[in-house]
Design a binder for this molecule. Structure first.
Ligand code: PRP
Length: 185
C-alpha cells in the first residue's frame, strides 16, 4: 500500500480541528435533547470513527446501532443514485429519537434514502449529523441538522473515509492529488 504522504495534496482538517469541532457538535446535540434519550445510527463504514468520538463527548443518554447501504457501484467513485440496505439495524426504532451519524454527505442519495427507509418505521424524531458536507456535489436535497465542516469538491480521505478501502484510520482529513495516487494491485 502506498504511503499517503506521496499523494497527499493537503491536510484539509487537522486532528485538533476535528476533535474540537466534534466536541462542539456534541454540545449542540446535548442542548437539543435535554430530558430525552438518543439512539445513534451509524452508517457503515465511513462513519465509525466519527461515531466513536462523538459519543464519547455526549452527555445525553445514548444507545447505538449500525446499518450499511450500498450507494456506489464496485470501485466506482460516481454515485449511481441506487441505494439499498445491505445490513439492517438490529433494533426497532419505533418511538425513539434517532440521530443518523454519517462521515460525509456528497450527492445526498445515501442520506436521503436512509431517511426515507427509517421514517417508514415511525421514529419519535429523526435527524442527520454529518461530519463533512460537500454541497457542490449535491444532487438531491437533504436536511442536515448538525454539520461538522463544509468542504470543497475535492476527493478526501482519512478519519473514516477510504481510498480503495485503505487509509480510514488516519486521524486527519486529507485531499488526494490524483496524479500521484497509485491504486493497490
Ligand atoms: C460514502 C459515505 C456516505 C456516502 C455519501 O459511503 O460514507 O455514506 O458515500 O455519498 P452520497 O451523498 O453521494 O450518497 P461509501 O458508499 O463510499 O461506503 P463506505 O462508508 O463504506 O466507505
Amino acid at each position: 500500500m502506498q504511503d499517503y504522504r506521496e499523494f497527499l495534496e493537503e491536510i484539509l482538517i487537522t486532528e485538533a480541528d476535528l476533535q474540537k469541532r466534534i466536541a462542539e457538535l456534541a454540545q449542540e446535540i446535548d442542548k437539543d435533547y435535554i430530558g430525552e434519550d438518543l439512539h445513534l445510527v451509524c452508517i457503515l463504514r465511513g462513519g465509525i470513527l466519527f461515531l466513536a468520538d462523538l459519543m464519547r463527548h455526549l452527555k445525553t443518554p445514548n444507545t447505538i446501532d449500525f446499518m450499511a447501504v450500498s450507494s456506489y457501484g464496485a470501485g466506482a467513485r460516481q454515485t449511481t443514485g441506487q441505494v439499498r440496505i445491505t445490513m439492517d439495524l438490529k433494533e426497532d426504532i419505533n418511538n425513539r429519537n434517532v440521530l443518523l451519524v454519517e462521515d460525509i454527505v456528497d450527492s445526498g442519495y445515501t442520506i436521503a434514502s436512509v431517511v426515507e427507509f427509517l421514517n417508514m418505521r415511525h421514529p419519535k424524531s429523526l435527524k442527520v449529523c454529518t461530519l463533512l458536507d460537500k454541497p457542490e456535489r449535491r444532487e438531491v436535497e437533504v436536511a442536515i441538522h448538525y454539520r461538522g465542516f463544509t468542504i470543497p469538491n475535492k476527493f478526501v480521505f482519512g478519519y473514516g473515509l477510504d481510498i480503495d478501502e485503505y487509509y480510514r484510520n488516519l486521524r486527519f482529513i486529507g485531499a488526494v492529488n490524483p496524479n500521484h495516487y497509485q491504486p493497490p494491485d
